[in-house]
Design a protein around this ligand. Sequence first.
Ligand code: ATP
Length: 225
Amino acid sequence: MEPVIQLDKVKFAWQDKAVLNIEHWQVEKGQKVFLYGPSGSGKSTLLNLLCGILTPQQGSISVLTQELTRLKAGARDRFRARHIGVIFQQFNLLPYMTVRQNIMLAAWFGRAESAESGHLQQITGQLQLSNELLERKAGELSVGQQQRVAVARALLNHPEIIIADEPTSALDSELRDQFVDLLLQCCEKNQATVVFVSHDKTLAGHFDQQQNLSELNNISEEILC
Ligand SMILES: Nc1ncnc2c1ncn2[C@@H]1O[C@H](COP(=O)(O)OP(=O)(O)OP(=O)(O)O)[C@@H](O)[C@H]1O
């Protein structure tokens, strides 16, 4: 199996506070990884490193065989736009824009075919987003609808990797399970590898691999807290 994400000897500190020290970690193509750990253990920091939003002070982060630490900030942004779909905790939708406009924002930096309307229809169909809903302002949607829009935007460029940071925390447990099922089904159809972060260990069973960040990270929890 080929790794789509590989970290070696990665060290990251916020100012002088060490947060991550990871000897080796890899995620293989098509894997659906549930990454968990206590609050403050560095989950969001790790996701930001995988996306190239942050860079480590030491070590190597290879994504789809591209060494991210060798790219300048602009090149990392372009790489993320083409290859990684990110779903943020707060969804980051623009409330005054329509659902269609919010989703199509991803096409701006992405692949040319993402801007084709047939492609948009295919993604919105998978996520049960109706044509009527596409024309509504994002700020008028329920949390569950916003979540599906955030997934549609993340999938629009057919990314090889989906990274999701606690996207279920605002939902009750039944909706949470439904959302994770739908997300994983869509990722499967699009053959995307998934790294999903959550505190909520009841979701772990949906995934084929569980990774406790505290076991991966060679920094003691007393230092982190
Ligand atoms: N922008 C920042 N500046 C300084 N320190 C930061 C910053 N962001 C995070 N940290 C610190 O880094 C550590 C890890 O934070 P991080 O947000 O990655 O943890 P987390 O596991 O995602 O937490 P949570 O589950 O609560 O979201 C914490 O000690 C936090 O205070």
